[in-house]
Design a protein around this ligand. Structure first.
Ligand SMILES: [Zn+2]
Length: 253
């Protein structure tokens, strides 16, 4: 009774399809999505399934815990899909809400973190959060990377990330949509068992594991709060990369 819980993008899965039965519920054939196929989101009330809510770490207030449920979980899944191992060299391409949470997890795993972003204020934030190298879109990390995660909805960024990998390295694409996937030199960029992988939705174990890691490492997002009446301004600020960290909409003061 009285447990504070959070709801993520995944509103539910059917539990019956081949993917659900093979421990890949993120790929379910008939998923439901919070605020999209079920009511809730930008609203005072939301319809949620009791098996799709997650207890929240008590150390964070509502404002700071909210970004963990979307940007946080998907960033964490991206690190898993990229196959990040402790101590590896990991590049994050783009530095919005998701990457600024992933960087804290990578630090806890003692990884060397390389950040590429076109936004100067994002480069400063990345440096303050412990990146060993930060650069702009045209710059290249000084070493070959073991793993990379791309956050920008741009196929060119995926190819740049690919060009920074060692043999056997992996690029995981955190973005849901890409503008296009440009042609690239297979022999130079993909041969050598490099891989490009997409990241689709999340599983409940991603959510539980991430929230546990977040509580253990004392992860505290950098947030900018907007009242619901300014939701359009918030969306525009995210679109224009004007937010450092995560934007959160508050329904109450
Ligand atoms: Zn299913």
């Amino acid at each position: 009774m009285g447990t504070r819980v959070g709801v993520s993008w995944m509103g539910g899965v059917d539990g019956k399809c081949w993917y659900c039965q093979h421990n890949m519920e993120n790929l379910c054939d008939s998923p439901t999505f919070t605020g999209y196929t079920v009511n809730g989101g930008y609203a005072e009330y939301a319809a949620v399934r009791n098996d799709f809510v997650f207890p929240l770490p008590s150390a964070l207030d509502d404002l700071h815990v909210a970004p963990l449920l979307c940007a946080g979980i998907i960033g964490f899944r991206s690190l898993r899909v990229a196959g990040v191992q402790p101590g590896e060299r990991v590049g994050l391409f783009g530095f919005g809400a998701s990457a600024h949470l992933a960087i804290a997890v990578l630090r806890a795993w003692k990884c060397e973190i390389y950040i590429s972003t076109r936004v100067e204020s994002h480069r400063q934030l990345a440096e303050s959060l412990g990146a060993v190298w930060v650069g702009g879109e045209k710059d290249r990390p000084p070493v070959d990377l073991d793993r990379a995660v791309t956050f920008a909805p741009s196929g060119n960024v995926v190819v740049s990330a690919l060009s920074c990998l060692r043999k056997g390295g992996v690029v995981a694409i955190n973005a849901i949509h890409l503008d296009r996937m440009p042609a690239f030199d297979y022999d130079k960029l993909l041969w050598g068992e490099r891989q490009i992988r997409s990241v689709t939705n999340m599983t409940r174990s991603d959510a539980r594991d991430f929230l546990e890691v977040a509580a253990t490492i004392g992860l505290r997002p950098k947030v900018t709060a907007f009242p619901l009446s300014q939701v359009n301004e918030a969306l525009m600020a995210v679109k224009e990369d004007a937010i450092n960290g995560a934007a959160v909409i508050l329904l109450y003061k």
